[in-house]
Design a protein. Structure first.
Length: 259
């Protein structure tokens, strides 16, 4: 048992290190690791990872809050869409039965697709933003609040069912909606929004019985120092090398989950 806990902590450290280095949400890495490497049921992996994300992103939100790099109006708009969508998604999982084959297969499919979408946004974010700007221009100011709420709803459903989406996908969506806003404020707002979303979704999974608290504790033991070290050395690692490797890994894992 101690050996297994140590493996979870080592895995948490590795994921935390990559999160600190790249800024990619831990769900893109942790949930498939729990499913494919440790054989944990997809629903339990998602529920455990959501609370893991709520804990780790709380630290990031504190840092961004102190630096005044959070647009709280954007956080409120996203939450207006994501919280109801998360509740509805949890009701769907409850109806299917959290440990059922149907729920596990649904989560695996959505998780695989979310990982592929995350990989695309990592590799082609600049091209996506340039295409959108050239093809559609800036969003009409009167439509931005409603589009932000809709974005929140999509993220709420995606995160609650797969634990993926609040990182690279959320940031790219906000960059499309708020192209004039500094990227650091986009990232800060996305992280701040992820805290209540992952906490609510994680607690919902706990009520459904799909959280492993022992695994969660072991993951946090390793990941918190990993995030600190990764954040410290991030400027020393070539981004042009790290991101393609990470995106390729997500594509391979996503394809494995979809197969």
């Amino acid at each position: 048992m101690q050996t297994i806990d140590a493996l979870y902590s080592v895995s948490g450290f590795g994921v935390g290190l990559l999160v600190g280095l790249t800024g990619v949400g831990g769900g893109s890495l942790m949930t498939p690791l729990l499913v494919l490497l440790f054989g944990i049921h997809p629903t339990t992996a998602v529920g455990t990872d959501l609370l893991y994300a709520a804990a780790t992103k709380s630290v990031g939100t504190l840092v961004h809050g102190v630096r005044n790099t959070v647009e709280w109006r954007i956080v409120a708009r996203l939450g207006a869409g994501s919280i109801p969508a998360s509740a509805a998604t949890l009701l769907l999982l409850s109806h299917l039965g959290v440990q059922s084959h149907a729920a596990g297969r649904l989560i695996s499919i959505v998780l695989g697709a979310a990982l592929l979408l995350t990989a695309i946004t990592i590799l082609f974010r600049r091209q996506i933003l340039e295409f959108s700007a050239a093809r559609f221009g800036e969003p009409h100011p009167g439509r931005i609040p409603a589009l932000t709420v809709l974005t929140g709803a999509l993220l709420g459903a995606l995160v609650s069912i797969s634990s993926v989406g609040a990182g690279a996908i959320g940031v790219t969506a906000l960059l499309l909606l708020y192209p004039r806003l500094p990227t650091v404020r986009i990232v800060g707002s996305d992280i701040a929004h992820a805290v209540p979303l992952t906490l609510l979704a994680g607690l919902g999974h706990w009520l459904l019985g799909s959280v492993d608290w022992g695994v969660l504790g072991a993951l946090l033991t390793g990941s918190l120092p990993g995030i600190l070290i990764g954040s410290y050395v991030a400027t020393r690692v070539p981004d042009l090398v790290l991101r393609p490797v990470l995106a390729t890994t997500l594509i391979l894992v996503g394809g494995r989950l979809l197969s």
